[in-house]
Design a protein around this ligand. Structure first.
Ligand code: FES
Ligand code: FES
Length: 250
């Protein structure tokens, strides 16, 4: 009733119908494109209730999650290159820091430390990931592969061998990240096309500009792994449509 009274006052001010019976005013057509004001307010109200309920749910979930205080250590388990490690880590530590400084796996390089260069690429499961943008606690319970894990005993793995054969590096600083990006690509697509190679490797920069060799190495690695070589015989990827694109991995 209170709302109705307010509506009546408003209506009265607008169109001079303040003396009409409430029933008449309710039948007035304050409609826009088939939606009544009442209908609109009802639906908005229902939406707001749904949002409030969802917010309540999120709050309940958040309050159920364990809270780690600053400086407090979290217990995590990482399986790195097939070996299980139980670790105490600070919540702010990146996976890159833990791999290099706690596990001594310095094959994974730090370049920009902000998700731009790809030097820190590792595999989380089979997916290439920037270790500098991944918190160690996020990787808890997961399998991680670094460049050291691609060795086949004392022999180089297929992708490493292919990079060596195709001379796909100069200073070599980006190379571990490039190799892991290629490994991830080939696990997802055994025989990638030139375009798929460009896209798959687009999150890894090479400041020495070894892109054409890197693309040929990915092809060669596909061959060594048993996939078929894609048709790049007509030229290097750098000769076509911009070569390997530069950019971050999403
Ligand atoms: S060091 Fe991680 S993207 Fe550059
Ligand atoms: S080989 Fe030097 S940055 Fe790629």
């Amino acid at each position: 009733m209170k709302d109705g009274t307010k509506d009546q006052r408003k209506d009265g001010r607008k169109d001079g119908t303040k003396n009409r019976a409430p029933e008449e005013r309710r039948s007035d057509p304050p409609q826009t494109a088939g939606v009544t004001r009442r209908g609109f307010l009802t639906s908005v109200g229902a939406g707001a209730m749904a949002v409030t309920a969802a917010g309540g749910l999120a709050t309940a979930e958040a309050s159920a999650a364990p809270v780690i205080e600053p400086g407090e250590m979290a217990k995590i388990t990482l399986t790195v290159n097939g070996r299980r490690h139980r670790l105490l880590v600070e919540p702010r530590w990146t996976l890159l820091f833990v791999l290099r400084e706690r596990l001594g796996l310095t094959g994974t390089k730090e370049g920009c430390a902000r998700g731009e260069c790809g030097a820190c690429t590792v595999l989380l499961g089979d997916e290439p990931r920037y270790a500098c943008l991944t918190l160690a606690v996020e990787a808890d319970g997961q399998a991680i592969t670094t460049v050291e894990g691609l060795l086949d005993g004392e022999e180089l793995g297929a992708v490493q061998q292919a990079f060596l054969e195709e001379d796909a590096y100069q200073c070599g600083y980006c190379t571990p990240g490039q190799i892991l990006a290629a490994e991830g690509l080939l696990r997802a697509t055994a025989s990638p096309s030139p375009a798929e190679i460009r896209v798959g490797m687009s999150g890894n920069l090479c400041r020495c500009g070894a892109y054409p060799h890197i693309a040929r190495a990915v092809e060669r690695a596909a061959e060594l792994k048993g996939g078929e070589r894609s048709d790049m015989s007509g030229g290097m990827p750098g000769d076509r449509a911009g070569g390997i694109q530069k950019g971050g991995r999403s």
